[in-house]
Design a binder for this molecule. Structure first.
Ligand SMILES: Nc1ncnc2c1ncn2[C@@H]1O[C@H](COP(=O)(O)OP(=O)(O)OP(=O)(O)O)[C@@H](O)[C@H]1O
Length: 564
């Protein structure tokens, strides 16, 4: 074998260049070649020009807020967190102190914005009828465009409103992804068949959606090969961990599950309807309570939502050594408006908002929250040999062999009654196939309450199949996604979990991994999928276009790197 000259690109790199890894989110889309260092990150949305007389529809940029004055528990929850913080100690052992919100409000009321410039620029002038990604932010709201986010709360945004059918959502995804492949990666439609796609899917998935996504990637967009990978599995690959209890806090969802050697244990999966966007709404409410000086700020205005998001990212933290009021400033720059510089004071509001992950009553601000767990498959009419069929024939086969065995025993007169002859329903097929549970224990909360992050972790680990795995998971918790990027929150999580770990597992050292390999936690799953796609063993996972067309969902079930 001759060594290549330095100008020659190694074969695996050529291979990695032809693989596109797609990680779709409720706010952001991350997409890039498996050979890239970082993915392209853009707003995962599409604006379509409304037809004359068409229905106006715009998905909100932040989870919609319920009137906070109508929710009494909200104020109680805020006070409870505030009191907890006051009873905490700083790292040098001194007690924490807080500036009363009234005092902060008095400063903010007096604070006058300074004019910096007479114009914050101009809106873009769209040439076509479709605008994709970040450009939507520069689209004049007076223009007759509808705005759709194809993902919401961590899964497809299928709804009963305009553009909410599964077909419409798929058409939006096709338009967004195809456009980015062509404009940002210069891959023309006809060349896509020479490319492979890895699509990151939620841990708690809907089988119909996965089938539609596969159809989209191969049959509609036109990739030559594809495989699907669950986000938490990808996250463990990205962080180089062989097992972990994974927490993924995105913009609109928080998911938890236990992953071991590339398998995400089915019973441990849970997805909760809150994330960074809800924390932004809580922070906005807290700012308003202390006389936020940008009084015209509205959560219906997309640029205001982006400003609020940025204020949360810049100001919020869980550093108990920061006490009292802090002076902060920000610039308000929006097209067709003068540019202003604001100075404000903030106090424990900056800590209370992120801590809502542990005091989830605060999330009532964005309405009722659901708990999603993995549903047992109810079969697929397109797949006559689905897992239910396989389970049934296994049952039948087992019954037949038991019958034969019993007949033999009866002939030998060892058995004189039917007591030991199990009827069909008594046969526990899942004992043979531990990955297909007959029932899923629901995650528990008190009636009307929302499951907090620490509770979700503890309950997820408690659902692991055996003590050994539980012990491992109590020792390693991996945090990914952008929604929990607050300094100090890992320590808070560690304290909360350590206090509640069952006595039996306490001896274990608990590692909370928040920045695996010094990587941005919101990119870990994307990176992990890149690594997976380049492994030699990945060749078993790829499904090519001919196979997909011939076998459909059956090949997906057989080859998916997770229990279907
Ligand atoms: N430095 C930061 N500090 C705090 N929050 C941050 C920071 N950077 C990003 N975020 C938050 O992370 C969230 C986006 O995370 P991510 O991109 O993982 O979500 P997503 O994949 O689009 O959504 P989802 O996983 O809910 O479908 C936003 O709420 C954003 O404000």
């Amino acid at each position: 074998m001759t060594l290549g000259t330095p100008t020659e690109v190694p074969a695996e790199q050529v291979h990695a260049k032809s693989i596109i890894v797609i990680h779709p989110g409720s706010l952001n889309l991350r997409i890039g070649r498996a050979s890239d260092l970082n993915p392209l990150t853009t707003l995962h949305a599409i604006a379509r020009r409304r037809l004359p007389g068409g229905i106006q529809y715009r998905d909100s940029f932040l989870p919609e807020r319920v009137d906070p004055n109508l929710i009494q528990e909200l104020e109680e929850a805020r006070l409870a967190v505030s009191h907890t913080l006051q009873s905490c100690l700083q790292s040098d052992g001194r007690r924490r102190y807080a500036t009363p919100p009234q005092q902060i409000a008095a400063f903010n009321r007096r604070s006058q914005p300074e004019l910096v410039n007479n114009s914050g620029g101009e809106w873009i002038k769209p040439e076509g009828d479709v605008v994709i990604g970040n450009d939507i932010l520069r689209l004049d709201p007076k223009q007759d465009f509808n705005i759709h986010f194809p993902y919401k709360r961590g899964d497809l945004n299928v709804h009963s409103g305009s553009g909410g059918s599964l077909t419409a959502v798929m058409a939006d995804l096709e338009a967004i992804w195809s456009y980015i492949l062509e404009t940002n990666f210069q891959i023309s439609k006809k060349d896509l068949k020479f490319h492979k796609a890895v699509l990151i899917v939620p841990d708690v998935y809907n089988r119909t959606y996965l089938r539609e996504l596969m159809y989209l990637v191969i049959s509609k967009i036109g990739f030559g090969h594809c495989f699907l990978v669950q986000d938490h599995v990808a996250a463990t690959f990205g962080s180089g961990l062989s097992y972990a209890c994974v927490i993924d806090v995105g913009d609109q969802k928080t998911s938890v599950s236990c992953v071991e050697d590339g398998i995400c244990h089915q019973n441990t999966r849970v997805r909760l309807d809150y994330g960074g966007g809800d924390i932004t709404q809580i922070f906005f409410w807290l700012l308003q309570k202390c006389a936020f000086p940008y009084k015209e700020c509205r959560d219906k205005n997309k640029l205001d939502t982006m400003l609020l998001r940025k204020l949360k990212e810049d100001f919020c933290h869980v550093n108990l050594d920061i006490c009292g009021s802090q002076e902060k400033s920000f610039v308000l720059k929006q097209p067709d408006m003068p540019v202003y510089h604001f100075t404000i004071q903030v106090g424990d509001e900056c800590i209370i908002a992120p801590l809502s992950l542990f005091s989830p009553e605060l999330f009532a601000i964005t309405g009722t929250k659901l708990i999603h767990t993995q549903k047992i498959s109810t079969g697929d009419p397109e797949d006559p040999h689905d897992e239910i069929y396989l389970r049934d024939i296994r049952k039948k086969g087992m019954k037949e062999s038991l019958d034969t065995a019993n007949a033999d025993l009866l002939n030998d007169t060892y058995l004189d009654n039917q007591q030991n002859n199990p009827n069909e329903d008594d046969i526990v097929v899942d004992a043979m196939d531990p990955v297909v549970p007959t029932s899923i224990r629901e995650f528990v909360t008190n009636p009307g309450q929302i499951l907090g992050l620490d509770q979700a972790v503890l309950q997820s680990i408690d659902r692991c199949p055996n003590e050994e795995i539980k012990r491992k998971m109590y020792g390693c918790i991996l945090v990914v996604g952008g929604g929990m990027k607050f300094s100090g929150i890992g320590t808070w999580l560690q304290n909360r979990i350590s206090l509640q770990i069952p006595y039996l597992y306490r001896a274990e050292q608990l590692d909370i991994v928040t920045n695996p390999r010094d990587m941005d936690p919101s990119m870990v799953a994307w990176k992990g999928a890149c690594i997976m796609s380049c492994l030699e063993t990945a060749h078993e996972l790829w499904i090519n276009a001919e196979e997909w067309e011939k076998f459909g969902v059956r090949i997906l079930r057989e080859r998916a790197p997770f229990t279907w």
